[in-house]
Design a protein around this ligand. Structure first.
Ligand SMILES: [Zn+2]
Length: 218
């Protein structure tokens, strides 16, 4: 590994989907913090058990623990890495910079997918999910409505509006998110590697823009 690319963006920006597609296309190792944490939990290591307790309490895992788990994953990686959900705080960004420079590695592109909050709110509030848990299909009342109102196209089960998909729950999540995100964004904004991407289009449109950014850099 020579470079680590970073993907930024609020929850619901679609950055996870974009990161996965991009990693495939450019043969990068996709590293999602969510996956890394879940993996640690499932292995029930000492750290894993601690992470499990923190997550079960609905809290964020502390910076040092996340940094440690992420850096352990970077050992022996031969391909460049694309981070998804990391760094998520200013402290993590600084730790990453130190880790990279101490090993003669570079920060790659920092792609920041920006979606206006009103659009994000609509994505959440108008989201409906299939109530059959084995199906789990996801709809949007405007962008991807079901063929029959209130019923899943795939399995016919009723659609439901999740309790954390309300406007109030969304705003509270955004407030928490912005408190740590704004300083992180400010940290990267001045970097020559930073690219702000308009994430309000369709996933295909956003993907096209991001691919171009990576092609220009390659
Ligand atoms: Zn269904």
């Amino acid at each position: 590994m020579k470079r680590a690319h970073v993907f930024l963006g609020p929850p619901g920006s679609g950055k996870g989907t974009q990161a996965k597609l991009l990693a495939e296309r450019f043969a990068l190792t996709h590293m999602s913090t969510g996956d890394i944490l879940r993996d640690a939990v499932s292995k029930e290591t000492e750290i894993g058990l601690r992470v499990k307790a923190v997550m079960a309490a609905g809290n964020l895992v502390d910076d040092d623990t996340v940094n440690g788990l992420v850096f352990a994953r970077l050992q022996g990686k031969t391909t460049d890495v694309l981070f998804d959900g990391y760094p998520r705080t200013l402290q993590q960004a600084e730790a990453l910079a130190e880790f990279l420079s101490s090993r003669g590695l570079e920060l790659g592109l920092v792609v920041d997918i920006e979606v206006p909050e009103a659009a994000l709110e609509s994505r959440v509030v108008k989201r409906r999910v299939c109530s059959e848990s084995s199906c789990g299909a996801i709809y949007h009342l405007d962008r991807k409505p079901p063929k029959t109102t209130g019923l899943c196209d795939l399995c016919g089960s009723p659609l439901k509006h999740r309790s954390d998909d309300t406007a109030e729950a969304f705003r509270s999540r955004m407030e928490t998110f912005n408190a740590t995100f704004k300083p992180l964004q400010a940290y990267y904004e001045g970097s020559p590697n930073y690219r702000l991407v308009d994430g309000s289009g369709t996933p295909d449109e956003v993907y096209e823009v991001v691919v171009k950014i990576f092609e220009e850099r390659a």
